[in-house]
Design a protein around this ligand. Structure first.
Ligand code: HEM
Length: 479
């Protein structure tokens, strides 16, 4: 049996805070091969950089690598692993994953076989139309350049609130904090602050024997973020609980969770509702913005997509129902996930019993890092991986199932619960935005490819000139 010790690298934990650890891990894979281990203080991490190894860890060896390894910041922010995405595999995970899936999808038997009726269709339609209307109004107001992020982010957050607690909220008085918060402040507390807190690194995580050494400023910062997001989520839940108690029929995740309330503690209920809000609000925005950036940059691809929209939808508005007839749009979505993976590193797993990966012995207690970015940039698996080319997903070699070859949604029993929702929102939004407007990047915007945050958002919001395809009115012309 081979031993991984020869590949050990000593690195400083501070490197974890660098902007693109997935890119550093990929460079190391070029030197040390697709599997190597890193010693960080007293922890050992094994980094996997190929699709074959990733599948082995996610699927074949799942029973030995199903547990999450969280930093102390994430443990606090997730109310001690109460989230579906961050809990350990076991009875609690099975139960709450079923809850989140049931809230997103209603499984029905029909005489046609198994049919999935998509819930919240009307909320998603309204969200996308609001974005389109906002951009049209910008053109009418004579704006020179538009940012997609601003309207998309706020509409996605509105959708997250409607799906999670059953209503949109403009402001809320939070008794525990003694303040009335605007919607922007609610977004900051529920989404932005926890995302920033999640990448905070406490050096003591790597030296458990030194846990007694105080790191008060870090602890207080994370505790403040956790306390504020808990207080706001709890207030939103209580307000809705009253409405529901008055007999109001509200179709949302909270309502579903309340019907299962006897199986959850109060902390778990609050954590699960918050999880649904933050997960809906984040990754789909990153993917849609990157897709529109690439289409605005690649006019030929944008033209191909527009041609497909005209052929499939004619003069009708594009909707979710058209998606199954739009292979090019699907290819744009999957190529964007491959090239700009919003979650480039799968949330770390922990080996809880001795196992093997790629022929190496991996002892219990090792952390496993799955570098999706490296898998998707592999020259063995992808031709010209550094090029954004949706056509690669249209070639005869690709089957429908290969759409998930990118593994951006993880895999196996812990695969993403929101992948279908992300696909529906993102694809319909991309399609509608191209159906309605002609997109062109602002000069110099091609260079703005830096990323930020835990999920790889574009650092600078995309700035584009748009032109209405129907009236021919352009944001550029009307300046
Ligand atoms: C483009 C958008 C998205 C991407 C790329 C993405 C990616 C991921 C990844 C990589 C994982 C970890 C899988 C693993 O450990 O094997 C995950 C888990 C999860 N995601 Fe997503 N996600 C997206 C959107 C969403 C949305 C919109 C929701 C909710 C509405 C959601 C809910 C979840 C949940 C609940 C889990 C935990 C599943 C489990 O541990 O069993 N995701 N996602």
């Amino acid at each position: 049996m081979l031993c991984l010790a020869s590949h050990w690298l000593e690195i400083c934990f501070l490197q974890l805070k660098e902007k693109k650890p997935y890119s550093t891990f990929t460079k190391w894979a070029d030197v040390h091969g697709p599997i190597y281990s890193i010693k960080l203080g007293s922890s050992t991490m094994v980094v996997l950089n190929s699709a074959e190894l990733a599948k082995e860890a996610l699927v074949t060896k799942f029973s030995s690598i199903s547990t999450r390894k969280l930093s102390s910041a994430l443990t606090t922010l997730t109310s001690n692993k109460a989230l579906v995405a961050m809990c350990d595999y076991g009875e609690y995970h099975k139960m709450v994953k079923k809850y989140v899936l049931s809230s997103l999808w209603e499984q029905m038997l029909s005489n046609l076989g198994l049919l999935y009726q998509k819930l919240n269709h009307h909320h998603r339609d309204a969200m996308i139309e609001n974005v389109v209307n906002f951009l049209s109004s910008k053109i009418n107001d004579g704006c020179y350049l538009v940012e997609l992020r601003e309207p998309f982010q706020s509409e996605l957050f509105r959708l997250a609130l409607k799906q999670s607690i059953g209503k949109d909220v403009e402001s809320v008085y939070v008794e525990e904090l003694g303040v009335t918060l605007s919607k922007k402040e609610i977004f900051q507390i529920l989404v932005i602050d926890p995302m920033m807190g999640a990448i905070e690194v406490d050096w003591r995580d790597f030296f458990p024997m030194l846990r007694w050494v105080p790191n008060k400023s870090m602890e207080m910062k994370i505790q403040r973020i956790a306390t504020r997001k808990r207080a706001v989520t709890k207030t939103l839940i209580e307000a809705q609980r009253k409405e529901i108690a008055h007999g109001e029929e509200i179709n949302c995740y909270l309502n579903y969770l309340l019907s299962q309330e006897q199986t959850l503690t109060e902390e778990q209920l609050i954590a699960l509702v918050w999880e649904s809000i933050i997960e809906t609000s984040d990754t789909t925005l990153a993917t849609t913005e990157w897709a529109m950036y690439e289409l605005a940059k690649n006019q030929t691809c944008q033209d191909c997509l527009h041609k497909e929209i005209l052929e499939v939808c004619g003069s009708e508005k594009m909707t979710e129902e058209h998606l199954q007839h739009m292979p090019y749009l699907n290819a744009v979505f999957h190529e964007t996930l491959r090239f700009h993976s919003p979650v480039p590193i799968i949330p770390p797993r922990y080996v809880h019993e001795d196992t093997q990966l790629g022929g190496y012995n991996i002892p219990a207690g090792t952390d496993i890092i799955i570098n999706i970015y490296a898998c998707n940039m592999s020259r063995t698996d992808w031709e010209e991986p550094e090029e954004w080319k949706p056509e690669r997903f249209l070639s005869d070699k690709y089957e429908q199932v290969d759409m998930y070859k990118t593994m951006t949604f993880g895999g196996g029993k812990r695969a993403c619960a929101g992948s279908l929702q992300a696909m529906l929102i993102s694809c319909t939004a991309i399609g509608r935005l191209v159906q309605e407007f002609l997109w062109k990047l602002k000069d110099g915007e091609e260079e703005n490819t830096s990323t930020m945050q835990l999920t790889t958002h574009k650092l600078y919001p995309m700035l584009a000139c748009i032109k209405s395809r129907l009236s021919g009115t352009s944001s550029e012309q009307s300046y």
